[in-house]
Design a protein around this ligand. Structure first.
Ligand code: HEM
Length: 425
């Protein structure tokens, strides 16, 4: 895929949702212009008050960080670029939302380190290796459910249930609640897409209601775990005691919601983009199929670079500083556009080529090195690798057909629906 230069520099507005509805090649073209000509471009914030009575008025605007080196520099200096005022939304969160959506991703040290320590062991490579069998079983089960039909909606029937079932299992969420978790996390990461938040309803209210539903689920589960502790993350969260302090109810709720949503939506989209990319690049697919063990690890990282399932994270400047010649002041917001950093031609040879053997591949799809680097990166890598390997074995001629139906969002590079076809068995 090659970038198309349709928009000139001054026509680019990353805050305009219609920008994100443009074909992927046109967006790539715009980001290339930004990287080359205005790598820390300033944009007004989107006005969300028309869509929601609960949305705060637009803030002071933000700088879009589009070069790889600047994304890396910001990520490794959390003392200058903080997450505490919000990492996953452009406006500071309205007070009603803080309790549910200000999990550790939107905190700074010392609180961030304290929260992350509670769950980090569950996501380290050794623990993820120990659940390899579960990952394989779930992949097998999900693929078999569709295998006899010869066609399905890949995003809904294969890519979505797979990481959902794994993260729910790790958290101790019972199967009867999987559909609730899926519905709520779709709403929370929907960016207000009308398929998940129907037109006419208030998107902020929908987020809050979905957050409340997941909190109710957590309350139910934790009440059970107090009586009967289990080997799951919910038990770890409620029994943790750091320096004599348990997590507050708000901390518990936002943790629970963050793990369920982050563990769910991102990997799902990586897998759907993976099938799409392998369909569009049959030579790369053949390389992977003929040597799954050799190609798997680099192939997975290339899918994450290619797809950049999380488009940006936000930081807020805490002291006067200079970044690539640009003065920044306390309170200035910066958005780290991972999708753009992942196409930076000064870092990646032939950046627009999908190359499953790309090495080195210093992509920032899981964030750049720093305290907030994706907690679930090892898990996600195993999930994507196992799923692609199993697909190529069990449904060897599977291919995406037709156009993917994309999520209307500037934050998550989502695929809602992706028709696919294969020889049934
Ligand atoms: C392909 C799949 C995934 C992608 C592309 C992805 C991407 C990201 C990115 C870009 C960040 C922010 C990094 C930063 O701010 O420096 C992040 C953070 C995070 N991710 Fe992932 N992620 C994926 C899968 C997962 C999974 C499976 C989990 C499991 C629970 C997870 C849990 C988290 C958590 C908890 C954080 C916040 C970490 C912190 O603030 O310390 N992610 N992820």
């Amino acid at each position: 895929m090659q970038p198309e230069r349709v928009l000139e520099l001054d026509q680019i507005d990353l805050s305009d949702l219609t920008f994100w509805e443009r074909p992927w090649s046109e967006r790539e073209g715009a980001f290339r212009v930004l990287r080359q000509q205005r790598p820390l471009a300033f944009f007004e914030e989107p006005d969300l008050t028309e869509a929601s009575a609960l949305a705060p008025p637009p803030g002071p605007g933000y700088r879009a960080v589009t070069r790889h080196a600047d994304v890396v520099e910001i990520s490794r200096h959390p003392e200058i670029y903080g997450s505490g005022q919000g990492a996953v939304s452009i406006p500071d969160l309205p007070p009603e939302m803080v309790e549910y959506f200000a999990g550790m991703i939107s905190t700074d040290n010392p609180r961030h380190a304290r929260l992350r320590r509670i769950v980090s062991a569950a996501f380290n490579p050794r623990r993820i290796a120990s659940i390899e069998d579960t990952i394989e079983e779930v992949a097998d089960r999900v693929i078999k459910r569709a295998a006899g039909r010869g066609e399905c909606d890949f995003a809904v029937e294969i890519a979505a249930p797979f990481p959902l079932e794994i993260i729910c299992d790790m958290m101790g969420v019972p199967e009867s609640q999987y559909a609730t978790v899926l519905r709520c996390s779709n709403i929370i990461l929907s960016g207000g897409d009308p398929e998940y938040v129907p037109e006419g309803s208030d998107p902020v209210l929908a987020f809050i209601t979905a957050g409340q539903e997941l909190t109710d689920l957590m309350n139910e589960l934790s009440a059970e775990r107090i009586d009967r502790p289990a080997d799951d993350l919910t038990t770890a969260l409620i029994t943790t005691n750091i320096d004599g302090e348990a997590l507050t109810h708000g901390e518990l709720a936002s943790f629970f919601i963050l793990l369920l949503t982050a563990g769910n939506e991102t990997t799902r989209n990586a897998i759907s983009h993976g099938l799409l990319a392998l369909t569009q690049h049959p030579d790369q697919r053949e390389l992977w199929r003929s040597d799954p063990t050799g190609v798997g690890p680099t192939g997975v990282d290339e899918i994450v670079r290619w797809a950049s399932p999380v488009i940006w994270m936000r930081r807020t400047v805490t002291e006067d500083t200079v970044l690539s010649g640009q003065e920044l002041h306390p309170g200035d917001k910066v958005l780290l556009f991972y999708n753009s950093a992942n196409r930076d031609e000064s870092v990646f040879d032939d950046a627009y080529r999908f190359d499953v053997r790309r090495s080195p591949n210093p992509h920032v799809g899981f964030g750049a090195a720093g305290p907030h680097f994706c907690l679930g990166a090892h898990l996600a890598r195993r999930e994507v690798e196992v799923m692609i390997r199993e697909l190529l074995v069990q449904l060897p001629d599977i291919e995406a057909v037709g156009e993917p139906d994309r999520l209307h969002s500037s934050f998550i590079n989502g695929i809602k629906h992706l028709p696919c076809r294969f020889t049934p068995h």
